[in-house]
Design a protein around this ligand. Structure first.
Ligand code: SAH
Length: 260
């Protein structure tokens, strides 16, 4: 009988943003394999005495899988701790398929994605009534090519909120795509680096025209989320459309319209 491997979302960096379930699993883990510097604090905060802890930063996928399989033969609970949510750019399926082949049980605990932590840090809403009701989580092609139809310029044509991961060094590509899709030069863009990291978070507010130079001035070249959205800055607008949910004239499941 082997133990169970848990893929746990560590959240964006602040250990307080781990889920209660994630913490419980870390506290009972016989072995923890964590993904790089972003989540090492969480691993060391909550791991029990005697737990085998290893950073996977210098490991290949094959080595990671071999480590997890070996740990599953020695311990009941094994945690693979990943940044944000494990289902976003987390190589999850590449790790679970070999576990399935070995008959090793696994489960996933979702985490707070950096997309949400970045919006929270900037005090922005990703959706706004009558402005945008859609969020696209994406990236631009780096060494990983984009599948057909998913080029940023095609996605940007929707004029909705775009949370762009893994692309801070490719800001010129982001600018080019948004321009081709017809976004104006004064379209607001927010970049958040190390969202939620105590004392290390940086927020840069700019426009399509100047966001790249602002990020260069702030020396932001890694661990950053790019949010482009027509909803940015709405807290300072003169008027916004009301949410129907809280509209006195709107009846829903939990409340009758007061003007009816
Ligand atoms: N699974 C993770 C994403 C991993 S891909 C999640 O759900 O957040 C790594 C990319 O995530 C980085 O290039 C950056 O774009 C983003 N990222 C991760 N942590 C971040 C943080 N604390 N602040 C801003 N962006 C972050």
């Amino acid at each position: 009988m082997s133990g169970k491997v848990w893929f746990v979302g560590a959240g964006p960096g602040d250990p307080d943003l781990l889920t209660v379930k994630g913490v419980r699993l870390l506290e009972s883990a016989g072995a923890i394999l964590y993904a790089g510097s972003l989540v090492d604090r969480a691993a060391t905060y909550y791991a029990p005495a005697g737990c085998a802890i290893r950073d996977s930063r210098d490991m290949t996928l094959e080595e990671i899988v071999a480590w997890l399989i070996d740990a599953a033969h020695k311990h009941d609970n094994i945690v693979r701790l990943q940044t944000g949510d494990p289902g976003l750019y987390g190589a999850l399926v590449e790790m679970t398929r070999p576990l399935d082949d070995q008959g090793i049980a696994w489960g996933v605990v979702p985490g707070v994605s950096s997309a949400f932590a970045s919006a929270a840090a900037a005090g922005e809403s990703l959706t706004l009534p009558e402005v945008t009701q859609t969020v696209i989580l994406t990236r631009v092609a780096g060494r990983t090519p984009m599948p057909p139809g998913e080029d940023l310029e095609a996605l940007a044509a929707h004029r909705c909120t775009l949370c762009i991961f893994l692309s801070i060094t490719l800001l010129h590509e982001v600018q080019k795509a948004l321009r081709t899709a017809g976004w104006p030069e004064d379209a607001p863009i927010v970049v958040v680096q190390k969202a939620s990291w105590p004392g290390e978070e940086k927020i840069v507010r700019g426009t399509l025209a100047n966001i790249k130079s602002l990020c260069q001035e702030q020396k932001i070249a890694s661990q950053a989320m790019i949010i482009a959205s027509p909803a940015l800055g709405a807290r300072d607008w003169e008027t916004i459309a009301r949410s129907k949910l809280y509209d006195p004239a709107f009846t829903h499941r939990f409340r009758r319209a007061s003007s009816a």
